[in-house]
Design a protein. Structure first.
Length: 637
């Protein structure tokens, strides 16, 4: 009998080891997954890694789970266990996230751009981290060549090696932090992990999962919508079902109401389905704080502030809130962390404690390497500490957001440490070395949609639920990261040398991403802007306000507003999905009021069906487009 969600973590004797075949299956599916993603993100302007779980990973997992179910009935010894299926899911998610348009694609474009489009600002860039052979770059951009020429391999070998090493160490540091925090967040606080519900359902007992009538009703609703809209893409006379985002700004043409800016209404079935599993107070807080953030913009316009004033500095407020929530979480975990460190370095440490010891030492050593890397790249030590400290703080908070809220999109656009340090300190104060570092690390901090750390923690949670040895999950994560990084570099460079990064074959991001990174750095370098006091005040306000909200939730049992919702409210993701969260909150409220907890449990499969139906059919349309090399319907974003 499969272990139910929420059961205690099995002991080492109970934990089942992962067989080698699971690693082979996961590794075998990574190359076709990345090629499919490459076609979507760099050619077709479709982004499976902008929402979690990644829809192309769920698509593959669905068919793999069904095939495994048939295998289990015919040749049970060859079938994967539920825990091994979940390992494959996590491996695919890790590789896809690292390969994504918001990480490796930006990095490849950034290290190629400066010396193809030279400027005086190049003198501040670390030459060992960028490609500066002009012949190799000319062939990279124009195509009709090969990566495997000796001069091309020499030009890329150094930057690819150092960036691959940096990313692997970064993945290791994130994994070590997750290992340290996992018992606090999984067992003690019992966070809900909404994003993990669908893969857990598919993998743990596939037969029982597909026998749920409510699941197929939800699947059918989402499938009909997606199939009809896909047919409309090719046959415009077929009516469309409007679920994709529609901008509400045209309905507010006059000042001050037009200050709300770009505001979307959408009814994506997958987002409604995922949001149904968010705790009710959190989903309520999300749409309330989103509307309050819009009213804040209206109030600023009514008071005479225009767009150039940056008031009310929503992204600085978000950063302050993230830092306050992280500090509060660490403070609440202080006893656990103190005891963990004491036991890890005790002479009587057992296997679990020794694992924690290695995690602590790994985090310390890895962080020192990352700091040394940033300093060697030109950042002053103080700036390197602030930059990497803020970065790690943000990815830890994203992991917490996924574990507690289950928000599908966590982009944190315009909240990155590079932007906030420039705003608060001023570019002249930071100096060219810091600004060049911000430019070269741009792929790390531009957006945070696909970072591996939330997938790692969800993987450890899945290992606990499935009774799988967590060390097997750790090995799978590191293997997938290696394949995603090294294989990702190879795929980008192989295809760009064949077709040309500047070719019209691509959607333009192949060059534009690098241009954005380097031009942002160059703009800061040539700027004489003083420190922005408003940004500093907003950051402080966000910190204090989120801290107060956290205290109120601790003191008042039924206080309805959650500080994490305040932090995510101004994001791109909320601008797209706030209405889906609202609809899911309303549905969940009605179900709980009229049918109670029993009705909620019965409704759960229907909402999982909404997610699965849109992902399977929507991913199917994109895959068909890739296979026949024609444009096709893109259900997201």
């Amino acid at each position: 009998m499969e272990r139910p969600i929420g059961a205690p973590e099995p002991t080492a004797k109970e934990s089942r080891p992962v067989r080698w075949r699971a690693f082979v299956v996961g590794a075998a599916f990574i190359p076709p997954l990345l090629y499919w993603q490459f076609q979507l993100e760099m050619k077709r302007y479709s982004f499976p890694t902008w929402a979690a779980p990644f829809y192309h990973v769920i698509f593959l997992m669905w068919w793999l789970a069904l095939a495994n179910l048939l295998l289990r009935r015919r040749w049970p010894r060859l079938a994967l266990t539920g825990g091994e299926l979940l390992l494959v899911y996590v491996m695919l998610s890790i590789a896809a996230g690292l390969f994504s348009v918001d990480l490796l694609a930006i990095l490849v474009s950034t290290i190629a751009y400066p010396f193809q489009f030279p400027s005086a600002a190049n003198e501040h860039l670390p030459r060992w981290l960028v490609v500066h052979d002009v012949t190799a770059l000319r062939h990279y951009y124009s195509g009709y060549s090969s990566l495997y020429l000796p001069e091309h391999l020499r030009a890329w070998a150094g930057p690819v090696f150092w960036w691959s090493l940096f990313l692997l160490v970064l993945v290791g540091v994130m994994l070590g932090i997750n290992w340290i925090l996992r018992r606090q967040w999984i067992e003690r606080e019992r966070l809900s992990y909404p994003i993990a519900q669908l893969p857990l359902g598919m993998a743990m007992d596939t037969g029982a999962f597909i026998r749920q009538r409510a699941l197929w009703i939800g699947f059918a609703v989402a499938a009909v919508i997606t199939v009809v809209n896909g047919l409309h893409f090719w046959v415009p006379t077929i009516p469309t079902i409007p679920v994709k985002r529609q901008d509400l700004l045209p309905f507010f043409p006059n000042r001050p109401w037009n200050a709300i800016g770009w505001t979307e209404w959408s009814m994506y079935p997958f987002a409604i389905g995922l949001s149904f599993f968010i705790p009710l107070d959190l989903s309520f807080s999300i749409w309330v704080f989103f509307l309050l953030a819009k009213l804040e913009l209206v109030a600023g316009a009514a008071a005479g502030y225009d767009a150039s004033s940056k008031f009310p500095y929503p992204h600085q407020q978000s950063l302050g809130a993230y830092l306050a929530i992280l500090l509060m979480a660490l403070w609440m975990s202080r006893g656990y962390l103190r005891e963990l460190v004491r036991a890890a370095f005790s002479r009587q440490a057992g296997p679990e404690e020794r694992g924690n010891r290695w995690a602590i030492l790994g985090v310390v050593a890895g962080t020192l390497f990352l700091l040394g890397f940033a300093i060697r790249a030109g950042m002053p030590p103080v700036v390197a500490v602030l930059f990497l400290g803020l970065y790690l703080a943000l990815v830890v908070m994203i992991t917490r957001i996924r574990a507690e809220l289950g928000v599908a999109v966590h982009d944190l656009a315009w909240v990155g440490p590079h932007q906030q340090l420039v705003a608060v300190a001023g570019p002249a104060t930071l100096g060219p070395g810091s600004l060049a570092g911000f430019g070269i690390f741009y792929g790390l901090v531009r957006r945070f949609t696909s970072r591996p750390m939330p997938h790692q923690l969800e993987g450890l949670k899945m290992a606990q639920v499935s009774g799988t040895a967590p060390r097997g999950m750790v090995i799978g994560i590191l293997l997938a990261a290696s394949l995603g990084i090294v294989g990702g570099f190879w795929l980008y460079l192989h295809r760009y040398y064949q077709v040309g990064a500047e070719s019209a074959y691509w959607n333009g991001w192949t060059v534009w991403l690098g241009a954005e990174a380097i031009n942002t750095y160059t703009g800061w370098l040539n700027s004489a802007a003083p420190p922005d006091r408003g940004a500093a005040v907003a950051l402080g306000f966000g910190f204090v306000f989120a801290w107060v909200l956290s205290l109120l939730r601790l003191r008042l049992a039924h206080f309805p507003l959650h500080p994490l919702a305040y932090a995510v409210a101004p994001s791109w993701g909320m601008a797209n999905l706030w209405s889906c969260v609202f609809l899911a909150w309303l549905a969940k409220l009605v179900v709980l009021r009229w049918a109670g907890l029993k009705g909620y449990r019965r409704a759960g499969p229907f909402f999982l069906g909404l997610v699965l139906g849109e992902f399977v059919c929507g991913a199917g349309w994109t895959l068909l487009g890739v296979l026949i090399d024609q444009p096709s319907y893109d259900f997201w974003p």
